[in-house]
Design a protein. Structure first.
Length: 238
């Protein structure tokens, strides 16, 4: 925890030295992910041969179709795995249950809000999981605003709506540019991102997020589409 006056509960303290994982038959729900015990996951439906991130010993978990679903981690001293799967890759099913319609952006905002609460972070570097390159810079300016709009041209957003969103300033990083490969280059062009948090998503999610931001930016009048070297946009919440 960031603040020394926060007291750890006995449960958190018990997990402090190792991975924080649920007991058998229990799932932990995070901002945009769910932690599962090994016994709750059908491995035959997954590809567990993904690469390992040396920093946290997490392996990529993919669907049989190749889509990235989340991460897995070997538990110390135990021959089992824990799974951290993205909420946007899951869909609860049961008889007579209508599929939940939650926009992709809501999960990304949930991740940012979680880091904002724990680390007091407001600036984020969105990276792709495949190559760990920077894709989008986001400054979470206002986490909750009401947006009412109509748009003559629309692709990823509805033609018009009244919705809750998070207002952001952002910059889409061009693939292959120096900023996509170097943290130093990012700070040189955008000094305010010297203190920032990184969030990693599959490249398909990064591209969808960039498309959403660009379209939200075009809803603003031309004179109000950029500020302090960043574009202005918003990400829908629920």
């Amino acid at each position: 925890m960031c603040h020394q006056d926060q007291k750890l509960t006995e449960e958190i303290g018990r997990h402090r030295q190792g991975a924080f994982v649920p007991d058998k038959g229990i799932a932990f729900v995070g901002g945009s992910y769910v932690l599962f015990d090994d016994e709750m996951v059908v491995r035959e439906n997954l590809n567990l041969t993904g690469s390992v991130q040396q920093s946290d010993d997490l392996s990529t978990v993919r669907c049989l179709c190749g889509s990235i679903l989340g991460r897995s981690q070997h538990l110390s001293r135990e021959e089992r795995l824990s799974f951290r799967l993205a909420k946007y890759a899951l869909r609860p099913t049961r008889p007579n249950l209508e599929p939940l319609k939650i926009p992709l952006s809501a999960f990304v905002v949930a991740d940012m809000l979680e880091l904002r609460q724990v680390h007091a972070a407001h600036r984020f570097i969105i990276r792709d999981e495949e190559e760990d390159n920077a894709r989008i810079l986001i400054w979470l300016f206002n986490p909750l605003i009401k947006v009412s709009y109509t748009s003559a041209t629309h692709y990823t957003l509805p033609a018009g709506s009244n919705l809750w969103a998070a207002k952001v300033f952002y910059a889409v990083v061009r693939p292959g540019s120096s900023m996509s490969l170097s943290q130093k280059s990012i700070v040189e062009k955008h000094p305010s991102f010297a203190q920032s948090e990184s969030l990693c998503y599959p490249i398909a999610v990064c591209r969808s997020l960039a498309a959403l931001l660009r379209e939200s930016n075009e809803i603003y009048p031309p004179a109000r589409r950029s500020m302090i070297g960043l574009d202005v946009g918003w990400l829908q919440r629920v």
